[in-house]
Design a protein around this ligand. Structure first.
Ligand SMILES: *Cc1c(COP(=O)(O)O)cnc(C)c1O
Length: 383
């Protein structure tokens, strides 16, 4: 080796070179992957109840469509998602010009931030809301304002406090994020209250209603934010194929918005952000009403069972209209999370979400839930 090659380069302070918004960020904490825990513990059976995935696996129809699409993966996907948008347009009864496809709905949240946020601007969201709102806001240099959530004693403990959110909106605010229902709390906002909140917003403030869990709503007949698109041009609704449609691994989400907002989002969107296999799977999943109904039915029954078990174990839990339950396990939530891991069960700690006493548990299959309950019981007894 020459002296030249062996000399170590001058250290560079790369964090100091990053744009200001990125300097203060910490990465999103995903649920622990199954294979990682298998490697760490050298065990074969791992049950992941950490990312609110559909425990039934993908539906047969989606799987068949994705297999067929695999034969064409040497071709770029349709950059405009014509077929999937046509399907969504029929299914949701909205114009295709209102639709934007995303690499998961996370992508759409990022697009919205890049279109409407930046230095000197602010976004408002609730404390304990989906962590990505804060991330995308800060990443583009805007100020994220978290409004305190409803109190632990309220009828919707830790849920969005729309009044507190409204109070944080000022002339710098361009985006308000509302997750309905919300992750990681499972709580929801009643449609009439949300409608009144939106009606009261300045027309220049874009309100993003994130409906990732809407298909699990307690009353499927309830209005959703999609019903108000004509009345509120500043309303954007985001949805995903990652939850009830069982396609988290192929990353497809969509936004429904005013055509002018959809156009702006398309200007910053990567041309091939929605992949070919995902587009095919999503279209088939959309039309598989039986799979959605079965997923919903199992989730309702199993969520009830999980909640009853938590009650029996003396653990309080937040009200949920989703496919997970957020339980208050106490001060040692981190320790309980670890001991569940040792038994092969992955739950989700919520320290980073301001809920250090809680664990979020996705609703699994009957066998997975029975196992989780038994493991939790054993862990609690041993403490
Ligand atoms: C899971 C989830 C999403 C969806 O994420 P994808 O990127 O579509 O997988 C969006 N919002 C909330 C609140 C979620 O919990």
């Amino acid at each position: 080796m020459t002296a030249q090659a062996s000399r170590s380069p001058q250290p560079v302070d790369f964090p100091a070179l990053a744009v200001e918004g990125v300097q203060g960020l910490t990465p999103y904490q995903p649920g622990k992957p199954i294979d990682e825990l298998k490697r760490e513990l050298g065990i074969e059976t791992v049950v992941k109840l950490a990312s609110n995935e559909n425990p039934l696996g993908p539906g047969e129809r989606a799987l068949a469509a994705m297999r067929a699409a695999c034969a064409e993966v040497h071709r770029y996907p349709d950059p405009n998602g014509f077929d999937l948008k046509a399907g969504l347009s029929r299914h949701l009864d909205v114009g295709a010009e209102r639709l934007v496809l995303g690499n998961g709905s996370n992508d759409l949240l990022d697009l919205l931030a890049r279109v409407f946020l930046g230095p000197g601007r602010s976004a408002v969201f609730s404390e304990h809301a989906f962590a990505v709102y804060r991330l995308v806001t800060r990443a583009c240099g805007a100020e994220g304002r978290a409004a305190p959530a409803l109190g632990a004693e309220s009828g919707m403990p830790r849920g969005h406090d729309l009044e507190a959110m409204r109070a944080r909106i000022d002339a710098t605010t361009r985006v308000v994020f509302v997750a309905n229902p919300n992750n990681p709390t499972g709580t929801w906002v009643e449609p009439a209250e949300l409608e009144a909140f939106i009606a009261d917003l300045p027309a220049e403030v874009v309100v993003v209603v994130d409906e990732a869990y809407v298909e699990y709503a307690r009353d499927p007949g309830q209005p959703t934010a999609l019903d108000w698109l004509e009345r509120f041009p500043n309303l954007v609704v985001t949805r995903t194929f990652s939850k009830i449609h069982g396609l988290a691994g192929v990353r497809i989400g969509y936004a429904v918005a005013h055509p002018a907002i959809a156009d702006l989002m398309n200007r910053v969107r990567h041309p091939f952000n929605a992949n070919r296999v995902g587009q095919a799977g999503a279209l088939a999943a959309l039309e598989d009403a039986d799979y959605v109904a079965e997923s919903r039915r199992m989730n309702l029954a199993e969520r009830d069972r999980l909640e009853a078990a938590l009650d029996r174990l003396g653990l309080a839990h937040l009200p949920s209209a989703t496919n997970f339950v957020t339980a208050e396990v106490g001060e040692d939530a981190g320790g309980i999370y670890q001991r569940l891991l040792e038994r092969g069960f992955i739950a989700r700690p919520l320290v980073g979400d301001g809920l250090p006493r809680h664990l979020r548990i996705s609703v699994g299959t009957p066998a997975e839930n029975a196992g989780l309950i038994a493991a939790l019981e054993a862990v609690l007894e041993a403490r």
